[in-house]
Design a protein. Structure first.
Length: 85
């Protein structure tokens, strides 16, 4: 059985403050990996955190690829009357 991560451990891994992790777990749980509630504290499985981080990095890569593709396309012409130069 793997040792569960605390909010402090996750904060250190993600580069956030401990309090930010706790607040996000309470108010915006969709921003964090799935957690296990133990009494008044939150715990994370290291393997789930790793999978979550991998999926986030793949999603970021896909967004960057789309952004670079759009940047190389020719700009669309605006609609309506042309502006004075």
């Amino acid at each position: 059985m793997e040792k569960l991560l605390t909010a402090t451990d996750l904060a250190e891994i993600l580069g956030f403050a401990h309090r930010s992790i706790v607040n996000m777990a309470r108010e915006k749980p969709h921003l964090l990996p799935p957690y296990i509630r133990v009494s008044d504290s939150y715990r994370w499985r290291p393997s789930i955190v790793q999978q979550w981080m991998d999926s986030k990095s793949q999603a970021d890569q896909q967004v960057q690829n789309v952004a670079t593709t759009k940047a190389t396309e020719q700009p669309k012409r605006g609609r309506g009357r042309p502006r004075k130069a």
